[in-house]
Design a protein around this ligand. Structure first.
Ligand code: GDP
Length: 298
């Protein structure tokens, strides 16, 4: 299973270390709570979130006498912690193309994630097109165009430095005309200042909505899991610039910091929609809390 193999490094730092506590298990006491705290911190859950989890665990764990019940109970606490907020389903447009914006800093895995999503939706027999709206970065347009070509989907692109909004208008019109189900828009990583980013993104939102009602239907922020807590501060900047409806957490295969999922949940209040578990188009998994917890523990 991809979840299990892709999360191997996090499992070593989290699951294996948790299980190591079975050797010295002597009830739920301060020492155990401290050990659990350390395991959470080392998987990059972050101090505030880790403290909340430990508190919730401690609250009703005093009756636990054996390690296995402790482990099960702890995992159920993590599960409930994630599910404290309920998520809306992904918004798909019933009356035309669904437009999805991909945002995130350069290097986060935005383009690779777009390629993965092309494949994900193709596998569901949906028609896909991409808009190469990252017209500022040399190479970005070529990179997404190459993926689109390889996966056999149309790519609407502009000229270097063309206004990304005008590329999006072309792409929306193309999508309507050709009855495309999913239009993925690869947008610019970061502009010089936050004000620029804000202006650019709100213009893109405006022009899309004019072409296709309710578009963009989803805005997904791509975050590199290996950046851990720094990624979360980065995310906040994007949240100030636009309304983000989901997170794609990439490079989960290359990090032991899998706990960042819980930190994101607790500090950004945005659902994690997908995990990136490798560099190939098939290395994408819809996020699902049970599979994820299995992946980092068992
Ligand atoms: P962008 O600048 O945000 O568009 O980033 P790219 O999509 O070009 O990705 C940057 C690098 O990260 C590339 O070398 C990708 O192959 C790699 N990458 C992206 N996602 C993943 C992932 O989930 N796992 C691994 N191991 N590498 C990834």
């Amino acid at each position: 299973d991809k979840y299990l193999s892709g999360l191997g490094r996090s499992r070593k730092s989290f699951g294996d270390r948790l299980r190591a506590l079975s050797n010295s298990f002597n009830g739920v006491n301060d020492e155990l709570l401290e050990q659990i705290m350390i395991i959470l911190l080392e998987s990059d859950v972050g101090i505030h979130t880790a403290q909340k989890i430990v508190d919730q665990f401690e609250e009703s764990a005093s009756h636990i006498r054996d390690y296995d019940s402790m482990e099960d109970y702890f995992i159920s606490i993590l599960h409930d912690f994630y599910n404290q907020e309920s998520d809306e389903d992904i918004q798909y447009n019933e009356n035309g193309p669904t437009v999805i914006f991909m945002v995130g800093v350069n290097g986060s895995g935005k383009t690779t994630s777009s390629a993965k999503l092309i494949k994900y939706y193709q596998d569901q027999n949906l028609s896909v097109a991409v808009a190469a709206a990252d017209t500022f970065r040399a190479g970005a347009v070529d990179q997404i165009a190459t993926w689109a070509d390889r996966l056999g989907v149309p790519c609407i692109k502009g000229k270097p430095n063309q206004d990304p909004s005008s590329v999006l208008v072309d792409a929306c019109r193309y999508a309507k005309e050709h009855q495309i189900d999913i239009l993925l828009a690869d947008t610019a990583g970061r502009l010089q200042t936050k004000t620029n980013l804000m202006k650019e993104l709100s213009k893109m939102v405006r022009v899309c909505d004019r072409e296709i009602e309710g578009a963009p239907h989803e805005v997904w922020l791509v975050l590199d899991a290996t950046t851990g807590q720094n990624g979360i501060s980065q995310a906040r900047e994007f949240l100030e610039a636009t309304s983000v409806s989901g997170i794609i957490l990439t490079k989960m295969d290359g990090t032991a910091k899998g706990g960042v999922v819980l930190a994101i949940r607790d500090s950004l209040h945005i659902p994690v929609r997908f995990l990136g578990l490798g560099e190939k188009p098939e290395d994408l998994k819809p996020f699902e809390i049970n599979s994820y917890l299995m992946g980092i523990t068992k």
